[in-house]
Design a binder for this molecule. Structure first.
Ligand code: PLP
Length: 399
């Protein structure tokens, strides 16, 4: 029998839970795309996204997912033959590197394993060795959604500066914007990409790129860029359609406006603090479970853990069965493993991920953890006691 009635709970690292006001905002007939309210709505989205990103520089909207915005960033910044250094902290760094390679960029991966954030001292050494300044950019994720490592972006910028290297810093915040503390200008980020379906709480389909004057100056010559990805007119449209290089993504814009209304009302510091509390509650639960069974957090150092997603390792356990039980019987969807398709992880069956991004409150987090514990029992995966007490104690302290 299934107990899964009522609203299902999505604890995947994207797409994330959509607020009711976001869903309701899309229930409307097709709007005019040549004038009228959509024009002002779009301008207001750009303005608010800059606040969310912590930048006074340029912002662009693309009809794309995260993979699309990866390509957009590469197509604007690099010409074929340019070189880049990618800080490899998991599958998403590798994914962005692959896109850049296929567009002709010579990408060097600087590997940090699958259970750690990037070490800025190692980056500084690598840049000091690049005496010819071949690397046009250092690229990284803020949160790598596969390993749940969180990179210290300010420290990465400090390492680039300490090496006296002119490289741009390009950061993928698809998983982390609207979840984790991020300040583009204060932290010296030159290009940042993100998408709407994670911390920004919308259905997939919009992606955003932010860039500063330095990035615009050293970017690939405009005449050589593909017309769809070119950021020039998108950042400063003279006519409305230039925001999108074609038809506007009408209903997604209304959805994003509604989500930004929630974000602006809560405020960035409160959003970061709330995500920190929920992440801490989830870490405490996993650690308690781990005292009597195989579960453990993939990232040992709390300072290197994402506040948006948590990768859980469970050597010897069948996490596929656990995820299936949870989704089929109990209405909770966990994240699939990514990047652990190796014999030592039973082709990923010893790994699952918990997404905790965006529109979440204590009953969703605590209910999700309690249901996950029921799933452990149902699937015969042993665990230690006290997880729910530990998680609720963290929420009690914060509230
Ligand atoms: C989800 C994600 C992406 C890819 O987004 P898609 O919309 O699935 O293409 C890229 N980078 C990071 C860090 C992500 O979490």
């Amino acid at each position: 029998m299934t107990l899964s009635y009522g609203r299902d709970l999505f604890l995947t690292p994207g797409p994330s839970v959509m607020p009711d006001s976001v869903l309701a905002a899309m229930m409307r007939p097709a709007p005019n795309i040549y004038g009228g309210p959509l024009v002002d709505v779009t301008a207001s989205i750009v303005a608010d996204l800059k606040t969310v990103a912590g930048t006074a520089h340029q912002a662009t909207i693309y009809i794309a997912n995260g993979h699309g915005i990866w390509e957009a960033a590469v197509a604007n910044v690099f010409a074929p033959g340019d070189a880049a250094l990618m800080l490899d902290t998991g599958n998403f760094a590798k994914g962005w590197a692959d896109v850049a390679r296929r567009l002709g960029v010579k990408v060097t991966l600087l590997p940090f394993g699958t259970d750690k954030a990037a070490d800025p001292a190692v980056l500084q050494q690598a840049l000091a060795a690049d005496t010819g300044h071949h690397y046009k950019a250092v690229m990284c994720t803020q949160t790598d959604t596969s390993t749940s490592a969180s990179n210290n972006i300010a420290a990465i910028r400090a390492a680039i500066n300490a090496a006296n290297h002119p490289a741009l810093l390009m950061v993928d915040c698809v998983a982390s914007l609207g979840c984790e503390h991020f300040e583009m200008d204060a932290w010296g980020v030159d290009v940042m990409v993100t998408a709407c379906q994670k911390g920004l709480m919308c259905p997939p389909g919009l992606a955003y790129m932010f860039f500063n004057d330095k990035a615009a100056r050293v970017a690939r010559p405009q005449a050589e860029r593909s017309p769809y990805w070119d950021w020039t007119a998108r950042a400063n449209p003279q006519r409305f359609y230039e925001y999108f290089f074609g038809t506007a993504p009408t209903h997604l814009l209304y959805a994003q406006r509604a989500a930004l209304d929630l974000i602006m009302a809560e405020g960035m510091p409160a959003i970061w603090a709330r995500h920190h509390v929920f992440a801490s509650a989830i870490w405490a639960a996993v650690q308690a479970w781990g005292t009597g069974g195989p579960l453990r957090l993939n990232i040992a150092d709390p300072a290197q853990r994402s506040r948006a997603v948590t990768t859980v390792m469970a050597p010897g356990a069948d996490c596929n069965a656990l995820r299936n039980w949870l989704s089929d019987k109990a209405g909770v969807t966990l994240g699939v493993p990514l990047g652990f398709d190796l014999p030592e992880y039973a082709q990923g069956a010893n790994v699952f991920r918990i997404g905790h991004m965006g529109h979440l409150n204590p009953p969703m987090v605590l209910g999700g953890l309690a249901t996950l514990q029921a799933g452990l029992t149902a699937c015969g995966i042993p665990f230690g006691a006290g997880a729910l007490d530990a998680a609720s104690a963290i929420i009690a302290q914060a509230g």
